[in-house]
Design a protein around this ligand. Structure first.
Ligand code: NAP
Ligand code: G4F
Length: 341
């Protein structure tokens, strides 16, 4: 048994949020179990700093599974009897969801139902967190809060709306302690490389190092409310510590365009993005979400949550991290060459 006596199960543990959340829970003395997909190459890079050999009685244990496989999810949840389940696994890329809508509905939408059914069928007493998204608000004008009607603009957004309502339904129908965190965009140096913020921060590092000439992007006018991922995973944990299950918007309350992100990111290394960025319509979406800006006053009032990192600091820390990462990679390559020669 763990130091705190508490056991958590995280789907999507290998993703940006899953890795930060695992660190947070381990630091609080939890025994942490995570679901990973079998892949032909390692997909646990974000967990490298916390992973220990299971033979060492480590508090982090990884299990193979998939959100499309309800039977194995039920078996796993019944065997683990977790006190808390954080369901973060999803096909999470909005643009890609237009290419693979059926798969996105299967994993991002029905994956949530499969976990909830696993809880119900196994009779496990647990608290459940659903990774809901500001993408569900879609075309609804800002500021968006817990009472704003949903108007999704992508297969991903529509799948998340299903997942949101099935979570509410299991709370109402079966009394499951099930909550929705309606999180606005949150970023970090661990952000997937094809999301716009990380695509930009990586490109700045590579352009400054002379390894890349151009950066091709889509719509530069969309507005997003960008926060810092470690702040946002803290909010997930806070939601599951409440006396009553409820849904919360988590956001910074500020929105900025992609252009503003480019200004700060290229400006960080003294470059003008207009010299490097070209618009490629292939990155446009068939329907776009123009403006997301969240009102997280309920989370501030009830959870006592507020963001610690604001937009300029977020851009700077992402650019700095990618510059450092590239320097390390280049140094590693040189060391490798030295060793061979
Ligand atoms: P992410 O980095 O893309 O991570 C997604 C995770 O889901 C990865 O661990 C991935 O595994 C796993 N996964 C994907 N398909 C799966 C499947 N079929 N079976 C099992 N696992 C699967 O996403 P994130 O940014 O950490 O976001 C976490 C969650 O919050 C997602 O549900 C996302 O939709 C939601 N969300 C994110 C944001 C945001 O701004 N980051 C905002 C609102 C909501 P692999 O590593 O093997 O690919
Ligand atoms: O970084 P993005 O791909 O994030 P998006 O679509 O807002 O989705 C993210 O946030 C959601 C929360 O609202 C999450 F639920 C979801 O899982 C994901 O984490 O795109 C942000 C904006 C869009 O308007 C997009 O059209 O950037 C614009 N953009 C412009 N050029 C681009 C690009 N996006 C990407 N990915 N790549 C481009 O080249």
């Amino acid at each position: 048994m763990s130091e705190s006596g508490r056991r958590a199960f995280i789907t999507g543990i290998s993703g940006q949020d899953g890795s930060y959340l695992a660190e947070l829970l381990l630091a609080r003395g939890y025994e942490v179990h995570g679901l990973i997909r079998r892949a032909s190459t390692f997909n646990t890079r974000r967990l490298d700093s916390i992973y220990r050999d299971p033979h060492e009685n480590a508090p982090l244990i990884l299990h193979y599974g998939d959100l499309s496989d309800g039977v194995s999810l039920t078996n796993l949840i019944r065997d683990l009897q977790p006190h808390e389940i954080y369901h973060l696994g999803a096909q999470s890329h909005v643009r890609v969801s237009f290419d693979i809508p059926d798969y996105t509905a299967q994993t991002t939408g029905l994956g949530t139902l499969r976990i909830l059914e696993a809880i119900r069928a196994s009779g496990v007493q647990t608290r459940f967190y659903q990774a809901s998204s500001s993408e569900m608000f879609g075309a609804a004008p800002p500021p968006q809060n817990e009472r704003t009607p949903f108007h999704p603009r992508s297969p991903y957004g529509a799948a998340k709306v299903f997942a949101y309502w099935i979570t509410v339904n299991f709370r109402e129908a079966y009394g499951v302690f099930a909550v929705n965190g309606l999180l606005f965009n949150h970023e970090s140096p661990r952000r997937g490389e094809t999301f716009v913020t990380r695509k930009i921060s990586r490109a700045v590092a590579r352009i400054q190092a002379g390894l890349q000439d151009k950066l091709y992007l889509g719509n530069l006018d969309a507005l997003r409310d960008w926060g810092y991922a470690p702040d946002f995973v803290l909010a997930m944990w806070m939601m599951l510590q409440q006396p009553k299950a409820d849904d919360f918007v988590i956001a910074t309350g500020e929105s900025h365009t992609i252009r503003e992100f480019l200004d700060l990111a290229f400006g960080r290394v003294g470059l003008d993005w207009h010299d490097y960025v070209e618009v490629d319509p292939r990155y446009y979406r068939p329907s776009e979400v123009d403006h997301l800006r969240g009102d997280a006053s309920k989370a501030q009032r009830v959870l006592g949550w507020q963001p610690s990192v604001r937009f300029p600091e977020l851009v700077a820390l992402m650019v700095d991290a990618d510059i450092q990462l590239l320097e390390d990679e280049l140094a590693g390559r040189l060391v490798g060459v030295d060793r061979e020669s």
